[in-house]
Design a protein around this ligand. Structure first.
Ligand SMILES: [Zn+2]
Length: 401
């Protein structure tokens, strides 16, 4: 494949991208001559982004594509968890149909890689893990889906969950989750020890939901940094949401500790909750990745799975105005998110994967600010979506339903 007249992030002159065998084999100024039968796409001066990466979702919970279900107006994580526990069976959750509907929306919006936190508890067992794994197999080669075994209902306070997390790893989860070790589970040391022990003994990564804010959240993050070093898990640990990072007295010191320990941050820029600072994270060398969090589920009504829109929200919540700042937000949903997922070769470079997203913008900064539609999504050198629809959805090469 040959994509001509393509504007890449950080470059003003259009280039030609040549792909072969699913990889980028050349990026050059002249369009050159394609081999006989080679597919040639004229980007016509539009911007080509790398595949978008969603570092935090909950696709097992989604109602996407189903009937409208009202979410409750409640204020705490505990109330939302309790509401979900009471009603998930009524709505047939987890639903393979809804999960597939959401995954398709993500693909047509340019997402090539996804990390999703799947509920594991004695009530739902591994039903979410197996449902997501089945949908992931259906879309193999189009989108890569990584599962976090997530103790949404608590770990220490919810007996029976810990052995299920181990079973979830055997069933394919590659990351261990955690949830407010102090604020929700009321046992910070025991919770974190259980998570780190399990990750160390199963060779998995760690991604902990931390809604605890202020000095409590900051203290827990210090603990996570220390344990990451003690367990030698640098580069494999992420803190999601990290509302406590906004606590001014400890922010710079914590970012320094995260950089040293190899702990990444993940933000979905949700509602009015604090968002980690783009510029300060970049200056300290802390990876800040973007995610969507839950999309249209029993927790809340919003979301569409569009990672470019999420980059815009992260930038907006950071009061970003300059192109440089907008590019930091793009990094959060591309390069940084890929590194959090353990993908080392992400990006538009020769030798890298031929994952390209063509958008109607004249620069990457414009794409973040204006959130244009995705004209083409190319995965491993093959067009998988065009103008908001899967390619081949009418009997061609789209994944079967
Ligand atoms: Zn979440």
């Amino acid at each position: 494949m040959r994509v001509t007249n393509a504007v890449l992030p950080g470059r003003s002159e259009p280039v030609t991208i040549v792909t072969e065998g699913g990889r980028i084999t050349a990026i050059k100024e002249s369009p050159g001559v394609g081999a006989p039968g080679e597919e040639v796409i004229d980007a016509a001066g539009r911007t080509v982004l790398p595949g978008l990466v969603n570092a935090h979702a909950h696709i097992d919970k989604t109602l996407h594509g189903g009937p409208w279900v009202s979410a409750p107006q409640v204020e705490t994580v505990a109330e939302r968890v309790a509401h979900e526990r009471r009603h998930r069976d009524t709505h047939g959750l987890p639903s393979r149909e809804y999960v597939a509907s959401l995954v398709e929306a993500m693909v047509v919006a340019g997402t090539t890689h996804l990390r999703t936190h799947t509920d594991v508890d004695p009530g739902v067992g591994l039903r979410g893990i197996t449902a997501v794994a089945e949908v992931a197999r259906r879309y193999e080669g189009v989108i890569d889906i990584q599962q976090v075994a997530f103790p949404q209902g608590g770990l220490i306070t919810n007996p029976g969950t810990l052995p299920l997390l181990r079973d979830a790893v055997e069933a394919g989860a590659s990351v261990i989750g955690g949830l407010d070790p102090a604020g929700f589970d009321d046992a910070p040391n025991a919770h974190l020890e259980a998570v780190f022990d399990l990750a160390a003994s199963t060779g998995t990564g760690i991604d902990i939901h931390l809604h605890d804010g202020g000095s409590l959240g900051a203290w827990e993050m210090g603990l996570i940094a220390r344990m990451t070093r003690e367990y030698d898990l640098g580069g494999r640990v992420a803190v999601s949401h990290a509302f406590g990072i906004a606590h001014p007295p400890t922010q710079a010191a914590l970012l320094e500790r995260f950089a040293e320990a190899g702990v990444a941050l993940v933000s979905a820029a949700v509602y009015d909750a604090p968002v980690p600072p783009l510029r300060a994270c970049a200056e300290h060398g802390v990876l800040l990745a973007g995610g969507t969090d839950g999309i249209n589920d029993l927790w809340g009504p919003f979301g569409d799975g569009d990672m470019l829109r999420r980059a815009m929200l992260i930038a907006y919540r950071n009061s970003s105005r300059s192109d440089d700042e907008l590019m930091l937000a793009l990094d959060a949903v591309t390069t940084n998110a890929a590194r959090v997922l353990g993908i080392e070769d992400h990006g538009l470079t020769v030798g890298g994967p031929a994952d390209l997203v063509v958008v109607d913008a004249r620069s990457a900064a414009e794409a973040v600010a204006r959130v244009p539609g995705r004209d083409l999504v190319i995965r491993s050198g093959r067009v998988v979506a065009r103008d908001g629809a899967l390619v081949g959805a009418e009997g061609g090469n789209a994944p079967p339903h």
